[in-house]
Design a protein around this ligand. Sequence first.
Ligand code: 5GP
Ligand code: MG
Length: 177
Amino acid sequence: MESVIIKDKRFEVNIPAAKIDQRVKELGAKLNEDLKNTRPIFVSVLNGSFMFAADLFREIKMEAEITFIRVSSYSGTESTGTVKSVVGIKENLEGRTVVIIEDIVDTGDTAIYLIDELKKQNPEKVLFASLLLKPDALRHPIKIDYVGFEVPNDFLVGYGLDYDGLGRNLKDIYKLA
Ligand code: 5GP
Ligand code: MG
């Protein structure tokens, strides 16, 4: 098994680049079919989804826009724990078909937060596309409309996903060995 060392850890290939490419094309084809007659706006969640978003967006045939957001988490001043906020949305989403693009859905906390936030702008529809989904970690009853691969609860890097800021440039997806 091909492996890489990132900092103190060894990772081995879990999903090879060719398989990712093929799956991204399938998801693109599905979106082209489902969203025909709409002019969707894709919302890529930085940093992790940048590579998936670029590849998926290239498959989109209809007139479409893409924009980029970031979810910043910080500790609240009260005892409420982590507070999230969305930064970067300048577009008016009212009446639009919105497709959120994420790298991975783990607990689903981020996904549910993002869907709720974007719905505040009264879009026609909010769809969610995630390259990866960890079904066993999910703790919200949410439906991810487009999933590339369901994966077990392993820590993954590559194709946009990082370990401590590194490994995003790997073409394959690796898991902790
Ligand atoms: P959630 O809010 O669903 O628990 O977590 C979503 C975020 O956690 C992802 O967008 C990603 O940043 C991070 N994350 C979850 N699992 C992994 C993983 O296996 N590898 C990496 N690199 N990040 C992960
Ligand atoms: Mg992410």
